[in-house]
Design a protein around this ligand. Structure first.
Ligand code: ATP
Ligand code: MG
Length: 423
């Protein structure tokens, strides 16, 4: 026998038993973003490597070690997109969507990072993200948070996620703060791990983000960026907090929240859960007012977030799968006898035309009543429609309930749409 071929490690199939919950998540996302008046944007999965180097930052986990990068046949360096924001900014600049305009956009699709696969961390994963361009105020930052909160409500997980916020200030304030931070970390140099020692020189803010408990213990006493903000960022942040309070949105200020990508400034936030182990961040975002310019466009304020759909699905699944429990079939059509078999397809088509939202599956492959009934039960349909020669003479079919203890009913071929009322 030939050897079977396996999927790439960390890249998952989404099997029919799983697609129900994914569709539930995706359709709620589409409904909620429409509810806020956002428009979808779709960009290619492959971009030039330069795009991610310039936007995400050379000294970040993503660019240093997680990207799927290859030379194409022309010798150009291309990368599978590790995230969506850089791609949307690239497209926005290229098509003149950003400068002097306001855009409220969203995207959803696969992203790729070469990480160690584990629960909630994969090499192909999916993000839903929102991006707003051309708006400065903390009001849009708040809208980013409200969209998340509304989704948690829809998914029944509102009390399982917590909002953390922070401000990274302006580039100048950050630069001044970096000096304070570096001085502090240098005092503890020998107690830092190798990664943090390296980052101390290249990207000191990222030391704050370390997952190593020993490093976290040191960082706890480091000077806080939030105490060294420029005046405008400070006003922005207090307004943000005040309005979140007014809206009744609970949050914690986490001074160590810096995010893994370089392009953020001012507001940053994460929605985290403690139900998924180490992979607890399900949504992360913030402001990136300098990114459009950094990628060659004219200065345009921007804010957005990205949500990891695998982690969201894991969380929804672990709580209440009745939210998205559904049978793939509503009506299973059986045909017993020659005449019944020759008419079954017409009848099935008539039902589909009259009841377009009904899920109608027709039995194929013949067999006696018992065999067909077995398949009907296996289909998980609540109703079997039995077409059978004797009844057909009177233009009738029978309805058998497969999940309820109700007597069999008769239905006239003239009134097939009454099926909808029987479900
Ligand atoms: P983490 O700290 O978990 O590595 P990150 O800061 O690298 O996350 P972002 O780049 O902010 O993540 O991506 C936004 C969201 O996308 C994350 O909060 C997470 O939910 C999801 N995500 C990121 N990387 C992965 C992955 N490899 N597998 C599954 N989901 C992911
Ligand atoms: Mg990461």
């Amino acid at each position: 026998m030939a050897k079977t071929i396996q999927a790439i490690r960390g890249m998952n199939d989404c099997l029919p038993s799983q697609t129900g919950i994914w569709q539930f998540v995706e359709s709620n996302i589409r409904r909620v973003v429409a509810n806020y008046g956002y428009q979808e944007i779709r960009t290619p999965i492959v971009e030039s490597t330069e795009l991610f180097k310039r936007s995400i930052g050379e000294v970040t986990d993503i660019v240093e070690k997680e990207m799927y990068t290859f030379d194409d046949r022309n010798g150009d360096s291309l990368s599978l997109r590790p995230e969506g924001t850089a791609c949307v900014v690239r497209a926005g600049n290229e098509h003149g969507l950003l400068y002097n305009q306001q855009q409220r956009l969203w995207y959803m699709g696969p992203m790729f990072r070469h990480e160690r696969p584990q629960k909630g961390r994969y090499r192909q994963f999916h993000q839903f993200g929102v991006e707003v361009y051309g708006l400065n105020g903390p009001d849009v930052d708040i809208e980013m948070i409200l969209i998340g909160a509304r989704l948690w409500q829809a998914f029944g997980i509102a009390d399982k996620v917590e909002l953390q916020i922070n401000s990274l200030g302006s580039a100048d304030a950050r630069a001044a703060y970096k000096e304070l931070l570096v001085a502090f970390l240098q005092e503890h140099y020998n107690k830092l791990d190798e990664d943090s020692q390296r980052r101390l020189l290249s990207n000191p803010l990222r030391v704050l983000d370390s997952k190593n408990p020993a490093v976290q213990a040191i960082v706890k006493d480091a000077p806080k960026l939030i105490d060294h903000l420029d005046e405008a960022s400070q006003v922005h942040f207090s307004l943000l907090c005040e309005r979140l309070d007014n809206l009744g949105i609970k949050y914690t200020v986490n001074p160590s929240l810096v995010r893994g990508l370089d392009y953020y400034n001012r507001t940053v936030f994460e929605w985290v859960t403690d139900l998924l182990g180490a992979q607890g961040t399900i949504c992360a975002g913030g402001r990136y007012d300098g990114l459009v310019e950094q990628l060659g466009g004219k200065t345009t304020p921007a804010v957005g977030f990205a949500m990891g759909l695998e982690r969201l699905v894991l969380l929804v699944e672990s709580l209440d799968d009745s939210l998205c429990a559904h049978s793939p079939v509503d009506v299973y059509i059986m045909a017993i006898g020659d005449e019944a078999e020759s008419q079954a397809m017409q009848i099935a088509e008539k039902i589909r035309s009259e009841l377009p939202s009904l899920k109608v599956q027709q039995h194929f492959g013949g067999g006696n009543f018992k065999k067909q009934m077995k398949k009907a039960i296996a289909s998980d349909a609540p109703i079997a429609l039995i077409i059978e020669d004797g009844e057909l003479k009177n233009a009738n079919v029978s309805v058998k309930y497969l999940k309820q203890d109700k007597p069999q009913a008769k239905l006239s071929l003239e009134a097939l749409s009454a099926l909808a009322d029987l479900l």
